[in-house]
Design a protein around this ligand. Structure first.
Ligand code: SF4
Length: 350
């Protein structure tokens, strides 16, 4: 992995950059000993040291609150392990698998749902394990889609990515290759024509899903990186995590979704924060998430509407969590709510 030069990884470096105060050093050392830290220059450039609780700092700068683990929080909040037949594969839904190529990321998000499984301290997938993972996919004809994830697969070299994608291309029943990444915003210089070529395979459709949580992350360089991907014929979708103090107000969330659509990226998922250890200070309530989704509906274009989802702990998969606009009145007749909150009767349908 070629990391962005000058990525901040040590607390001393964060301190030198003015991102952590002296008086929190001891608590933050304990946080950093437990969970990986990396902030790329692209993200450091978006942090105002005078505003340590700003939306970019909150996502990447370690916080003493991470030491407080709630009873409901677990090391594997979305239940990857329960569906991992072999190392590197998560087979939760019948027609698709996750292929976790690397445990490394360009940046480490403080709310990461896989925070106990990623970072430089974790064992990489060996060549033998990768062979076994690809054999597993080849041996399961029901697998239509392979999601390359990690960590962040786009921290791998174009050569390694091309090698994996070429091997997937040999598996007839795999039709879709989906790449989950934060790199186009976190380290846009990594998105080169060679890397983009490496993601494409004849006869397969590649999709790139960008993890982005605030419009500010879509810098000019990030937008160019995304355009390089899209202009190569690879559609892009987005996934965002609803985070307290980052995007939990209608204006910020609406601005993010609009900025994505302007970049030709279709908002796909808005994730409710997972029950990852030490992340409660960044999680909202579900009711707040539903209020925000109501605020988006009708006020920004339909193109800008993500689906608000929750990963059910224990590995039971994602479910949309509303809000629900259709209810029944006392007589069992349909009532439908419009975007202003007024309700209207709707006749029975058949
Ligand atoms: S980029 Fe994804 S996998 Fe990596 S730390 Fe952030 S949320 Fe976790």
């Amino acid at each position: 992995m070629n990391v962005a030069p000058n990525t901040l990884r040590k607390l001393s470096e964060l301190q030198e950059a003015g991102l952590v105060p002296d008086n929190q050093r001891e608590a933050l050392e304990r946080v950093a000993a437990q969970y990986a830290v990396a902030i790329t220059p692209a993200m450091v450039g978006l942090i105002d040291p005078a505003d340590p609780s700003g939306p970019i700092a909150r996502q990447f700068v370690p916080n003493g609150a991470e030491l407080h683990v709630q009873p409901a929080e677990t090391a594997d909040p979305i239940g990857d392990d329960a569906h991992s037949p072999i190392r590197g594969i998560v087979h939760r839904y019948p027609d698709r698998v996750l292929l976790k190529l690397t445990h490394l990321c360009a940046v480490y998000c403080r709310f990461c749902f896989r925070r106990e499984m990623i970072g430089p301290g974790e064992m990489p997938l060996t060549p033998g394990e990768l062979d076994a993972a690809l054999s597993y996919i080849a041996g399961h004809p029901e697998i239509w889609e392979v999601v390359l994830t990690g960590g962040d697969p786009l921290v791998l070299s174009p050569r390694r990515l091309r090698a994996v994608v070429s091997r997937l291309a040999l598996i007839d029943h795999v039709k879709i290759i989906r790449v989950h990444t934060r790199v186009p915003v976190a380290d846009p210089a990594r998105i080169t024509p060679a890397l983009v070529r490496g993601l494409k395979a004849r006869g397969k459709a590649t999709y790139v899903v960008l993890h982005v949580n605030h419009a500010r992350e879509l810098t000019a360089a990030a937008r160019e990186a995304c355009a390089l991907i899209i202009d190569a014929g690879i559609p892009m979708l987005s996934q965002s995590v609803l985070l307290t103090g980052v995007n939990d107000d209608p204006q910020t969330l609406g601005a993010l979704m609009r900025a994505l659509v302007e970049c030709r990226i279709k908002p796909y998922y808005l994730h409710h924060g997972d029950l990852a250890p030490g992340t409660s200070h960044l999680r909202t309530t579900i009711e707040r998430g539903q209020e925000l989704m109501r605020a988006l509906r009708g006020r920004v274009s339909g193109l800008c509407q993500p689906t608000y989802v929750l990963d059910i702990p224990g590995g039971h998969g994602k479910s949309p969590i509303g809000p629900n606009y259709l209810t029944a009145d006392a007589d069992g007749r349909n009532r439908i709510e419009d975007y202003n909150g007024a309700t209207h009767r709707y006749p029975p349908t058949r």
